[in-house]
Design a protein around this ligand. Structure first.
Ligand code: PNS
Length: 161
């Protein structure tokens, strides 16, 4: 029987409820979903890669077909090394589309055998992004309901700096 494995790549700094919503949707469609955290992209990340992986691992504990990995270099090389067939990306609004289309087509040029699959998170998360979560938290606003409780706890532990 053919099984389909997909890779959901990102920086996840930090993971939001929108990411988690997409992971749950992906886990229902694909036989196996690997959430792949990009290493060494941002110069000053809020959370280290091991911290981000630990939060993701805890958040997907109840999803048996989801695993967490890290990668660096080209995404398509990682996808091939995992023997996966698809890349999962979330599209929140039309504004995401141009960048996502460019990446998907570039990845297709690099690896024509791979497909990028776009899914939409629930509307209530359509305006949530890691960048805004970080900014709001740093400036003293509430990010409750935008990130999982375990991320909220970690943010509070970290302090607003
Ligand atoms: O959700 P994000 O944080 O915007 O994720 C961006 C990510 C990690 C998917 C993208 O930057 C990426 O794939 N980086 C790996 C390097 C690569 O393959 N670049 C060419 C993409 S066409």
């Amino acid at each position: 029987m053919n099984t389909i494995k997909a890779i959901y790549p990102g920086t996840f700094d930090p993971m939001t409820n929108g990411h988690l919503d997409l992971i749950a949707r992906g886990a229902r469609i694909f036989d196996h979903l690997v959430v792949a955290v990009l290493k060494n992209m941002e110069k000053s990340p809020l959370f280290t890669v091991p911290e981000r992986c630990a939060m993701l691992t805890a958040a997907v504990e109840h999803m048996p077909n989801v695993s967490i990995e890290t990668f660096d270099g080209l995404l398509v090389d990682f996808v091939r090394s995992q023997q996966a067939q698809a890349i999962l990306r979330g599209i929140r609004a039309i504004s995401d589309y141009e960048y996502e289309l460019q990446m998907a087509l570039m990845n297709r040029r690099l690896a024509p055998e791979l497909e990028t699959v776009f899914m939409m998170p629930a509307e209530k998360f359509s305006y949530v992004s890691s960048r805004l979560v970080k900014e709001i938290f740093r400036l003293g606003g509430s990010v409750e309901g935008l990130v999982p409780e375990l991320v909220l706890d970690k943010l509070k532990e970290r302090g607003r700096e």
